[in-house]
Ligand binder design. Sequence first.
Ligand code: HEM
Length: 441
Amino acid sequence: MTADPEPTPAGPETVSQFESATTIHPASARSATGTHALPETPVDLIFNPWVPEIHANPYPVYRRLQQEDPVHKPFPGVWILSRHRDVAALLRHPDVSSDRRNSPVYEEFVKALPVEPDEGALTPSMLFLDPPDHDRLRRLANKAFTPRAVERLVPRIHQVVTELLDRAEERGEFDVIADLAYPLPVTVISEMLGIPEEDRERLRAWSLDLIYTLDPMLSVEALARAQRAGAEFRSYLRELIAGRRRHLGDDLLSGLIQAEDQGQQLTPQELVATCVLLLVAGHETTSSFIGNGMLALLRHPDQYARLHDDPALMRSAGEELLRFDSPVQLTGRLVLRDAQIAGQRVQAGQDVVALVGAANRDPEVFAEPDRLDLGRTDNGHLAFDGGIHFWLGAPLARVEGGTAIASVVRRFPALGLATDEPVWRDTITLRALSSLPVAVT
Ligand code: HEM
């Protein structure tokens, strides 16, 4: 690791939660007490994504989980699903919740937060809400986030990619992350919301701290950092929104301010939570799509050449790259009522983790799942799946990721990895590289 801190050990100083990038919510009693019981399943197979080898390449362990322990119970109260059918079913299960306030230990968790929550810290974004509030927020966001709005962005996306690659080409070598995968989506989502250029570095810093709160566990220090970043981010946005209210434009933020659903608008705190979610989700995942996708292509020169020779393949290639090394590796749900999940009786208040990254390599669904095949058809990957939380930014990320990857491959027929050991960021839910140096050969 260079720029990023060492992986968080899942030790006693950790808290556990599935928390939105906007607010703080617990998953279970472990979160508040910081302790957890010894593993109940006495097998040599304990899924621990913080182990460096597993972090670097989780796919062999995913396969073992699917074959040997598809409903994995690393410790009491937590279930881990790895099969495609179980993951897809969980995300649509009527008895599970994304709202951490339903956790039996929510109050305890809030009291134990390392930093006093600021105004808005406990207002969940739509990602961490259930119907009807989820549906109301999503309908409002959808109004401002229309496919037409994304369509209008296509020329600008091409222009940003061209400018970034022009600069990279001049140098002869570049870092796919720093020079393309990060600046492209950040520029696009910031321009959509009307975030001034000079503020975008701060946005990046807040996002880097906040993204850890999506992980199943994080250290108390990381949680404190995330809380501070969230508080600064929200305060920044409140000011930006106040100014925009006085001078409404045709940007996404003005659209969100004005959006109405059945006579109702977003409350001020909901508006801030939605903006944080859009800004963080709108660039971290797309950046990872481009980075992971480029790494996969560079490690499979035959597929790289295939895409170079047949650019029309980009549509299926994009889906295959998202399947092969998914940006969002896992998500979680809280069980509201005793329920049958993946053939097991799961009690109310327990947590179920869905390993999306494993589901996307399930041999029951994908022929030769570990083979990268850019022409793969019927690609039923779950990279964007969240049931009702299905990826709001799908059209945008597809256009951004597809344009960036296709442009690199078209422009540089002979591009090589300039490192044997790409460095992964130490986040668990988001699988992303911290750098990917390449050389034009
Ligand atoms: C390749 C890029 C992306 C991937 C892989 C991805 C993946 C996902 C996944 C898996 C979920 C559901 C999580 C869950 O239910 O637990 C989700 C939700 C969401 N994503 Fe993305 N995403 C990407 C890009 C984007 C972009 C570009 C935006 C916005 C500009 C965005 C905005 C959202 C929002 C707002 C939600 C919550 C939707 C809801 O709760 O109804 N995402 N994303």
